[in-house]
Design a protein around this ligand. Structure first.
Ligand SMILES: [Mn+2]
Length: 299
């Protein structure tokens, strides 16, 4: 069975600030890593100002306690993201937060009380009756579970790799329009390896099946992906460091994985590109092959 996704939409040419907020049934985002050096809170903010979901799931690694512990980095945009979440909550959005390994401190503060429910996992009921299990996913990552020191070293290496990528590309763009993909390739390869080595996808899928769900929505590995594994729909939300991806559910229960990368990368800060939600069926295809067609996704 193919994942049930929205038919292609006509991309709109309106800019974000010209458009009214779009009401949708639910939205899922993960791995914002607010407080980390390479977070992009201003892009998150645009997303949150574009859509008002009835239910918003924050699927872990939202506030990066691990990075903040290492080095305090909290630009105004990070605070604005939290303000916007509070505003959304006050204006009718239900908030669900499932902590990840970078905000694991919240696992000591689980609560089922509004306005912010915090649980290790949630079961989301789609409008079409499908049940989706929502959890960050680090519990299914062997490296995270069995060698946390390696994961911490990995986080520092990951930061370094992104620094190299952005620095090299800053110089490179004067020479060529086509960005270099060296560190992205290294990262993707490393992530792929972790994915393969720990059987991450198979584990989360089995976990969803064991809970009688029709799908799993997780994050953690920063590889946005929509895939059907037998009877279980697997959605990895990606992240807001290297990608800018969010899952949205329409009133019909249909799902769309948006990729806002173009919006995330104003060219040299000159002109703001128009809002271009990618046609999701292409998005889904592209995201299944993270190395393909993403030449413009990291500045
Ligand atoms: Mn994580």
């Amino acid at each position: 069975m193919q994942p049930r996704m929205m038919p292609a939409r006509t991309p709109t040419d309106l800019r974000p600030h010209e458009r009214p907020v779009v009401a949708i049934r639910s939205m899922f985002i993960s791995d914002l890593h607010l407080g980390a050096r390479h977070a992009r809170p201003e892009v998150v903010l645009r997303l949150l100002k574009e859509f008002q979901p009835t239910q918003l799931y924050l699927v872990g690694d939202i506030i990066d306690g691990r990075s903040l512990q290492r080095r305090w980095h909290w630009p105004a945009a990070c605070a604005q993201v939290l303000d916007q979440l509070a505003h959304m909550s006050e204006t009718g959005t239900e908030l669900f937060y499932t902590p990840g390994n970078h905000d694991a401190y919240l696992r000591n503060h689980l609560t089922s009380d509004p306005p912010l429910q915090v649980q290790d996992q949630f079961v989301h009921h789609c409008a079409d009756g499908r049940r989706l299990l929502i959890t960050h996913g680090d519990q299914f990552d062997d490296v995270e579970e069995k060698a946390q020191w390696l994961s911490r070293v990995g986080s520092v290496g990951y930061d370094l790799l992104i620094t190299v990528d952005r620095t090299v590309n800053r110089g490179w763009k004067y020479v060529s329009l086509r960005p270099l993909r060296i560190s992205r390739f290294a990262k993707q390869t490393a992530k792929k390896w972790v994915q393969w080595a720990s059987g991450f996808e198979a584990r989360v899928v089995n976990h969803a099946r064991a809970h009688g769900c029709d799908g799993i929505v997780c994050g953690h590995i920063h590889v946005p992906r929509v895939r059907q594994f037998g009877d279980i729909l697997y959605v990895n939300l990606g992240d807001w460091v290297e990608n800018a991806t969010a899952l949205i559910e329409y009133d019909s229960g249909e799902l769309e994985l948006l990729n806002l990368d173009r919006l995330a990368n104003p060219t040299g800060g000159q002109t703001e590109p128009p809002w271009q939600p990618r046609r999701h069926n292409h998005v889904a295809d592209r995201l299944t092959h993270p190395l393909a067609g993403q030449a413009d996704s990291v500045s």
